[in-house]
Design a protein around this ligand. Structure first.
Ligand code: ZN
Ligand code: ZN
Length: 253
């Protein structure tokens, strides 16, 4: 499996980094995981978005889903459109996003974006990859996603606080792509709907993952400090999901 970081800035795009978006490729399949602002153009730089096989949206906060509207418009009105594409997303995502597009029942929106609501515990196949969804701890319905392809596995936290299904879903994974929205030690006043870099490191250690990639780090924080803080509690390799970076996921430890 191959992971390409299209954008990794928390909460919004920055001048040099789109908001959350990742391209996951395996066995000729291409899956867009999250589609924050700026992600569509970064995707179009490296492939024809019309060739995507599926989209997964972790949740409907703007920084994770706004560019699914850009994708819709391209798929509907672009050179080869309309092109239907499955969109795996949490409960309510279809209504939320369709409302912004003013898409009534007969609208081309519904011919293009084939929403398939997922609940924690649901499982789907995308090509040869088995995809499992879990519950993220966030103010809106939100999913943790695990890809399994043979012995290789990738777990993406989406946005989540501590608890939920992330630790169990990450158990033994080849790679954990985890949000690390904050730095420092968690205290009673630390925001409960996001993780610190230390939280991500502790999860990676508990779950025994092969490697940890930190993402959703705001431009105001130094990502090297986040990597250092996660490394203080997790002995495996820790890297930052810098925009444009490519990671190969194998079980090699
Ligand atoms: Zn976010
Ligand atoms: Zn969020």
């Amino acid at each position: 499996m191959k992971l390409t970081v299209l954008g990794s800035n928390a909460s919004s795009p920055s001048r040099t980094n789109a908001a959350s978006g990742y391209l996951v490729e395996f066995d000729g399949k291409a899956v867009l995981v999250d589609a924050g602002p700026g992600v569509f153009m970064k995707l179009a730089e490296i492939m024809d978005p019309g060739s995507l096989d599926a989209v997964i949206l972790s949740h409907t906060h703007v920084d994770h889903c706004a560019d699914v509207l850009a994708l819709f418009a391209y798929m509907a009105y672009g050179p080869s459109g309309p092109i239907p594409i499955p969109v795996y997303a949490p409960a309510g995502a279809k209504e939320h996003i369709a409302a912004f597009a003013r898409a009534g029942a007969d609208h081309v929106f519904h011919q293009v974006l084939d929403f398939r609501e997922q609940e924690p515990g649901d499982e789907v196949w995308i090509g040869d990859a088995h995809v499992t969804f879990g519950r993220a701890v966030h103010p809106v319905p939100a999913l943790v996603t695990r890809f399994d392809l043979g012995d290789d596995s990738l777990v993406y936290s989406g946005d989540t606080g501590p608890g939920g299904d992330l630790a169990n879903l990450a158990n033994g994974a080849s790679m954990l792509l985890s949000e690390a929205s904050m730095q420092g030690i968690r205290g009673p006043k630390t925001y409960v709907h996001h993780l610190t870099a230390v939280d991500a490191g502790e999860l990676a250690a508990w779950a025994g993952v092969g490697q940890l990639v930190l993402t959703h780090i705001p431009a105001t924080l130094d990502s090297a400090v986040s990597v250092e803080q996660a490394s203080s509690v997790y002995a495996g390799p820790v890297r930052y999901a810098a925009p444009g970076s490519i990671f190969t996921i194998t079980t090699t430890r």
